[in-house]
Write a protein that binds this ligand. Structure first.
Ligand code: 13P
Length: 287
């Protein structure tokens, strides 16, 4: 498997190099109302005007319209935080992929809070991935280990098992696996706790994620975007983006603060610019 090993432009082994975009995703979770979400999104857009960074805001379902209107023409995309595994049917209170057409282009799938609170299994999460692919939503698949699993030395095997099971279920849908899949590594013990993984641990996990995706049949794992999530702030984002195998962040609490998002996206823009500069230098066929 080709890997991106970019420590500095002069150190690039071009045979192994692939340009991946930098992506910052805001997960607003169960915060904001339709009355205030549009204003917050507009303020975010004004403070994070960095076109080289792919930016996505994922508000609650009921605020998708307000946020979409506020973001029109800004280059920032809208995402949902969840989707049902079926397209239609007797599922009271649920939202399906075809219902999101025109409201969202991205969708978070398998967040640990849904695994914990709603009993989402890897097989169900895989079916949600398949449904996203069927209806043209770009999925952000969340994986991550608990503290007990990390302390037992099972962090990597937990994440690999989550990926293998979810991707096997997704692959059984027409069209197979989405080549544009994004994976977010979110260690459960780092979410909302103020604790973050070390950049080097997140990078090692990103390599394991690409290897597991390759085994599961993802077409071009070197091109797979891997995000880090878990208490990311403007102060901590640099540690993760200093790792060439990390392509951005899935941001929770800090994504509700305009100044924090401005700092996070500004740091992401440095990495995006460095990657674009490297791509400009790359021999034909490598960028
Ligand atoms: P925090 O950034 O609040 O820890 O949340 C991370 C997360 O769950 C993003 O999906």
């Amino acid at each position: 498997m080709a890997k991106m090993r970019q420590r500095g432009v002069s150190a690039i082994a071009w045979d192994d190099w692939v340009m991946r975009p930098v992506l910052i995703v805001a997960n607003w979770k169960m915060n904001t109302t339709p009355a205030d979400a549009g204003r917050l999104a507009a303020a975010m857009a004004a403070a994070t005007d960095e076109p080289l960074v792919d930016r996505v805001i994922c508000p609650p379902f009921v605020s998708l319209t307000a946020v979409g209107e506020a973001l029109r023409g800004t280059g920032i995309s809208v995402g949902a935080q969840n989707v049902h595994a079926e397209a239609f049917g007797a599922y009271t209170g649920e939202i399906s992929a075809p219902m999101l057409a025109g409201l969202a282009t991205w969708c978070i799938v398998g967040h640990s809070e849904r695994r914990r609170d709603d009993g989402e299994t890897d097989a169900l999460i895989g079916r949600k991935l398949g449904r996203c692919r069927e209806f043209g939503l770009r999925a952000i698949l969340c994986v991550g280990e608990s503290l007990e699993e990390r302390e037992a030395g099972q962090a990597e095997s937990t994440v690999r098992n989550q990926l293998a099971a979810a991707l096997a279920a997704a692959a059984s849908f027409d069209g197979g696996l989405d080549p544009g899949l994004v994976v977010a590594y979110e260690p459960v013990w780092a979410i909302g706790t103020g604790r973050t993984a070390r950049g080097s641990d997140a990078a090692a996990m990103a390599d394991a994620i690409r290897a597991a995706c390759a085994e599961s049949g993802v077409a071009d794992p070197a091109a797979l975007a891997v995000l880090y999530g878990g208490s990311v702030t403007s102060a901590s984002i640099g540690e993760f983006l200093a790792e060439p195998s990390i392509d951005g962040a899935l941001v929770g609490g800090a994504s509700l603060k305009v100044d924090e998002m401005a700092g996070i996206v500004a740091r992401a823009a440095l990495t995006a610019r460095a990657r674009h500069a490297a791509a400009d230098l790359a021999p034909a066929g490598h960028a």
